[in-house]
Design a protein around this ligand. Structure first.
Ligand SMILES: [Zn+2]
Length: 243
């Protein structure tokens, strides 16, 4: 199921070289230069509440459980040149503290962007949601190396190797397979981890990682060797952990 990623590495090298007009993860278009690429990105350098950072909980509190409702359905996977991204379906939403957040999309990073207590992970998945008033909330889950993930298997099976291409699959994918059973989380404010680094994002980082196999991680890295923004200053932000 991973053959398309592995067989077509030669093509990836060519298409990767052609995709350099915008922001990226190294060289003149890398994270240190995002703020210079456009006036819209200034907060990437000037922001005080940028993501990712090293998450160390400050306090524990009773917090609303994440009431996650993600469906099972065939999905499309887009290679947008920065990551693999899948759009949320109309039935995918999460309730947090009385607010309903619709799932816009989810996508992957390698290595993990955040650290938890100084620990990095091979990959990280971000579920990006929006409330009716326009606010954004992201649920993040770390991905450790371990047993293969069945949802990732299906996603990688249809994932396009060319940039700006979307492939659809017929197989049912259960998005719940991308979440741990234990959904206790840490809550904090942050930003988009990609240009334009917009702040005011409500972050919820799950404490328990999911797993992907070494082969699944290697397959993603064969297309995106490093698509993680480096750690940013925490600047005194409060991190509240569920207890
Ligand atoms: Zn992300």
């Amino acid at each position: 199921m991973l053959c398309r990623f592995f067989v077509l590495l030669g093509l990836i090298a060519f298409t990767g070289a052609a995709h350099a007009a915008n922001w990226g993860y190294d060289g003149a278009h890398g994270p240190d230069h995002w703020a210079e690429l456009s006036g819209d990105n200034a907060i990437c350098a000037s922001g005080r509440f940028q993501s990712p950072f090293n998450i160390v909980p400050d306090i524990e509190a009773d917090m609303a459980a994440l009431d996650i409702h993600y469906g099972s359905r065939p999905v499309e996977v887009t290679n947008n040149g920065h990551t693999l991204v899948t759009a949320g379906g109309p039935e995918d939403h999460v309730g947090i503290g009385g607010v309903d957040w619709k799932l816009l999309q989810f996508h992957f990073h390698t290595p993990s962007e955040y650290m938890i207590d100084g620990q990095s992970f091979p990959m990280e998945v971000h579920f990006v949601h929006q409330a009716a008033d326009g606010r954004l909330a992201v649920i993040g889950a770390m991905i450790a190396e371990g047993p293969a993930n069945p949802a990732i298997a299906e996603l990688w099976n249809v994932a396009p190797y060319d940039h700006d291409v979307t492939n659809g699959g017929a197989a049912l994918i259960s998005l719940r397979d991308l979440l741990p059973d234990n959904q206790e989380y840490m809550r904090f404010m942050g930003s988009l981890t990609t240009s334009p680094c917009t702040e005011g994002i409500n972050w919820h980082m799950l404490m328990t990682p999911i797993t992907a196999s070494a082969e699944q991680i290697a397959a993603f890295r064969s297309v995106f060797p490093n698509n993680a923004r480096p750690i940013q200053p925490r600047n005194g932000r409060l991190v509240v952990a569920e207890h």
